[in-house]
Design a binder for this molecule. Structure first.
Ligand SMILES: [Zn+2]
Length: 247
């Protein structure tokens, strides 16, 4: 079921995305922030990139492993859902639940539930329902996948979506590393002829990455940031400690 396992231990935070390089584009800086705070981070890609215009699934596996090393994640693996046809089926929910029971993350990051690419917005619902399935005691999943597990917090990385974030994460200290993880996907971003009308040339990746992060940083008075949406209301214990200046 899974390929590219880097370890079999648990993680504190798991980012789930449809495609290899989605996490690098939407929340790679946040994974670096959390890792630098001492948490174990991981990535679950649902597809292996076999339908991409550029590069093979093998190319993308190699690139994903290199990006994982740059992002300093403890674990990365890919499921075998068809690239370009991610569907919210019982079988796919079980596949995700099995990974969640094994890795046991407290926080799960999913893509935002609206967007241009069906794989992205389908992954939001599929991932949420996979989390829900993972905590069901009577789920039809063999005991070797581990005991039921309920992630405490589910967040949605909203950088692909035109939506106002609930909060942003300051990633200023990690911008160069985050960019490096994206550029690890040489088959997607290297300057080349195949699909040159569809893909952003490498020269533009840096400007695009920094200007998007700058936009979200400005919303919160920091230099560079990544945006997230959470469905729950935020709880505050001390008004004096609230960040982000009003006027
Ligand atoms: Zn994608």
């Amino acid at each position: 079921m899974a390929t590219g396992d880097l370890s079999q231990t648990t993680v504190d935070l798991l980012a789930i995305a449809a495609h290899r390089d989605d996490v690098e584009q939407t929340c790679g800086g946040t994974l670096l922030v959390q890792q630098s705070l001492g948490w174990r981070t991981g990535i679950l890609d649902l597809t292996q990139g076999e339908s991409g215009t550029r590069g093979t699934a093998e190319d993308r596996a190699r690139e994903a492993a290199e990006a994982a090393r740059i992002l300093r994640v403890s674990h990365r693996e890919a499921l075998d859902l068809p690239d370009g046809n991610v569907e919210n089926t019982r079988e796919n929910r079980l596949k995700i639940a099995a990974v969640l029971r094994r890795l046991r993350p407290r926080v799960v990051i999913l893509p935002y539930w609206q967007g241009r690419h069906p794989d992205h917005y389908t992954t939001a619902t599929l991932g949420y329902e996979g989390c829900f399935a993972a905590c069901l005691a009577k789920l039809d999943l063999a005991p070797e996948y581990g005991a039921p597990h309920r992630p405490y917090k589910i967040l949605y990385a909203s950088l692909y979506a035109d939506v106002r974030p609930t909060f942003v994460v300051d990633i200023a200290a990690h911008m160069e590393t985050r960019l490096g993880s994206l550029l690890a996907y040489r088959s997607q971003y290297g300057n080349q002829q195949t699909g040159s009308g569809l893909f952003v040339p490498e020269d533009d990746i840096r400007e695009r990455t920094f200007s998007t992060a700058r936009h979200y940083g400005l919303l919160a008075g920091v230099r560079y940031a990544e945006p997230f949406v959470q469905r729950e209301v935020s709880l505050v214990s001390d008004l004096m400690m609230l960040p982000v200046q009003s006027i």
